[in-house]
Design a binder for this molecule. Sequence first.
Ligand code: ACO
Length: 310
Amino acid sequence: MTAMVEEHFEHTLEKDQRIEPRDWVPEGYRKTMIRMMAQHAHSEIIGMQPEGNWITRAPSLRRKAILLAKVQDEAGHGLYLYSATETLGADRTDLTERLIDGKQKYSSIFNYPTLTFADVGVIGWLVDGAAICNQVPLCRSSYGPYARAMIRICKEESFHQRQGYELLMTMMKGTQAQRDMVQDAVNRWWWPSLMMFGPPDTDSPNTAQSMAWRIKRHTNDELRQRFVDMTVPQADILGVTLPDPDLRWNAERGHYDFGEVDWAEFKQVVSGNGPCNAQRVEHRRRAHEDGAWVREAAAAHAAKRQGSIA
Ligand code: ACO
C-alpha cells in the first residue's frame, strides 16, 4: 500500500501534474508546503501594515481608493493562502498564534518603514515586482491548491505593480521635491527588495529538496537575477538610479552584474531585529485580540444555525 501511494506521488511529479489535498505526500513535503504557504499568508497579512499607514494621508481621493483596494487585495490573498494551508491539515488559528509568537516567519521586506508617499509607489514597483517574479513560476508549483492560488494572486499583484509604477511616473513628472522623494524611496527599498528572494543558493537549506519536489521551479539566485534584469530598464525609463555602484550590463553573461547584498542585515531582519519587526507583530497581535469578539460571535451564530437546521 505504502509503495503504491509513494509511486503515485513520484509519478505525479514526474508527469508534472499537480498533487491534490487527498493524495498521499511524504511528511517532509507536507511540512514544507505548510511552512511556505503559511509564511506567504503571513507576509500578505503583515504586508498590509506598511502601506495601510498611508491610507488616511493619501494625497487625493483617487490615490486613496487605489491604495484601499490594494490593501484589501493583500488581505484577500492572506485568507486565500490560509485556506490553502488548511487543505493539508493546518489550523488557521494555530498559524496566527505562531506568527504572533514569533515562531513562524513572514517576508523580511515588511519590516522596513514607509516614510513618505513615494514609498507606496516604490513598494508597488519593486516589492510587488519582486513578488511577481518569485510567484509567477509558483503557478506551476506541484501542490495544486497553492499553484491555483498563485494564478489569481499574480493577476492582482500585476495590477499592484502597475499602480506603483504609474504613481512614480506621475511623481517624476512633478516638482524637484517629488523627484527627490522618489529617488530617496528607491535608495531605501532597492536592497531589501533583492533580499525578498531569500538567501544565496549556497546558503539556502530548502531549495534543493523543494526543487526536487517541484514546489520551487527556480533557485533564489536565478529569480533575483531575473528581477534585476527586468528592473534596470524600468528604472531608466522612470529616470531614477539604483543605489549599486557595481550594477552594469555584462554582455558575455547576457545579464546585469550587481553588488553583494548585505546578508548580515538580512539575517538580522529575519531573526526579528529589523527596524519594524516588533511594531508589526505587536500590531498584528492587537488586531487579533481586538477581533476575538467577532470570532466568538461568528462561532455562536454558526452553532445556532447548525442547531436550527438539525
Ligand atoms: N524573509 C523572511 N524569511 C526568509 C526570506 C525572506 N525574504 N527568504 C528566505 N527566508 C527564510 C525561509 O523561509 C527559510 O526559513 P525556515 O526554513 O526557517 O522556515 C530560511 O529563510 C532559508 O531560506 P530558503 O532555504 O531559501 O527557503 P525557501 O526555499 O522557502 O525559499 C522563498 C524562500 C524564496 C521566500 C520561498 O519560500 C518562496 O518562494 N515563498 C513563496 C513566496 C512568498 O512567501 N512571498 C512572500 C512575500 S511576497 C508578498 O507578500 C507581496
